[in-house]
Design a binder for this molecule. Structure first.
Ligand SMILES: Cc1cc2nc3c(=O)[nH]c(=O)nc-3n(C[C@H](O)[C@H](O)[C@H](O)COP(=O)(O)O)c2cc1C
Length: 299
């Protein structure tokens, strides 16, 4: 199976994961210029913002880049049209099946790469026309499923015939080699890029990622909410307390609502949601993204 850089036209077989409120046009362009496939994440954006961020990205790179669309977003239909109108070449999707957009996207020559947390969903998405699949294990930062990358990647590789990209728990060359050994054709990373010069998050957030041990990246919402991996802090302690006490989804949402933005823009490490994966325990310094990508691919 070809590596994804040969298909996507990038230097490295690496995708910079779409990250809500973080993956701007400038950040995606920086990652594309550094040899990976940069992604703009629609999380936290309006349709107008997405169009602007795509144009910013185009003005800063002539390399391939893409857009990550969360299908549960209320503006998903509009985002789906904007990527076509703006000539975006790669779309990754989360939280569902993009089947209803497939015909339009394929006609526009878009490579469609859904993110899955279970092999059975990968099979269904391949049938719907997915060109590749991102298999994201629960070591990752942000929303998580049940399976680990170690179990999810080979089972997804066995379930589909399109290339599979491993995500979750990858932050150095040992894990890249492991992903390829499991049958992956490429990797997607998020957490290790939080501590980069180019990442547009508050310095406090970067420092918290560097300080954190792997065990500090816990999952909230496993009982009564939506499972999300974040760094332990005052917000997660309160969330878990309420969750154990049987709070319903709407009450729990009060803790998380807007709290990623508080972490990203205000550097609030106490009540903000510091989404990060278990590889935080390996992230020791702030580096340029080019250096991070080169190290990932060093043999
Ligand atoms: C802060 C943060 C925000 C994220 N937001 C999104 C998102 O909006 N959409 C999405 O598909 N994935 C999101 N992810 C997941 C990443 O795209 C990527 O798959 C994941 O970070 C890879 O695992 P790693 O964190 O172990 O590197 C997010 C991850 C992080 C760390």
């Amino acid at each position: 199976m070809k590596k994804i850089n040969e298909i996507l036209g990038t230097e490295f077989p690496i995708i910079q994961g779409g990250m809500a409120n973080i993956a701007t046009g400038s950040f995606a362009a920086a990652c594309s210029n550094a040899g990976a496939l940069g992604l703009i994440g629609v999380g936290g954006m309006t349709p107008k913002m997405l169009r602007e961020e795509i144009r910013i990205c185009k003005s800063k790179t002539d390399k391939p880049f893409g857009v990550n669309i969360m299908l549960l977003h209320p503006d998903a239909d509009e985002f789906a049209d904007i990527v076509v109108e703006e000539g975006v070449k790669v779309v990754t999707t989360g939280a569902g099946n993009p089947a209803k957009y497939m015909e339009k996207w394929k006609a526009a020559g878009i490579t469609v790469i859904p993110v899955v947390a279970a092999p059975i969903l990968a099979k269904a998405l391949e049938k719907s026309g997915a060109d590749m699949i991102i298999a994201e294990g629960c070591e990752s930062g942000g929303h998580v499923g049940e399976m680990t990358t170690m179990t999810l990647v080979p089972q997804t590789v066995d379930a589909v015939s399109v290339p599979v990209i491993a995500a979750g728990g990858i932050a150095d060359t040992r894990q890249v080699k492991a992903a390829f050994a499991l049958g992956a054709s490429g990797i997607q990373v998020g957490t290790c890029l939080l501590a980069s010069d180019e990442c547009p998050i508050h310095e406090n957030y970067k420092k918290a990622v560097i300080k954190a041990k792997g065990t500090d990246a816990i999952v909230t919402g496993r009982i009564g909410g939506t499972p999300v991996r974040v760094l332990k802090n005052k917000m997660t302690r309160e969330y878990i307390k309420q969750e154990k006490a049987g709070a319903d989804l709407m009450e729990l949402e009060k803790f998380t609502l807007g709290s990623l933005r508080r972490a990203v823009f205000e550097g609030d490490t106490e009540t903000g949601s510091l989404m990060a994966g278990q590889t935080c325990g390996q992230v020791k310094e702030i580096r340029p993204v080019r250096e991070i990508f080169k190290e990932l691919m060093s043999v």
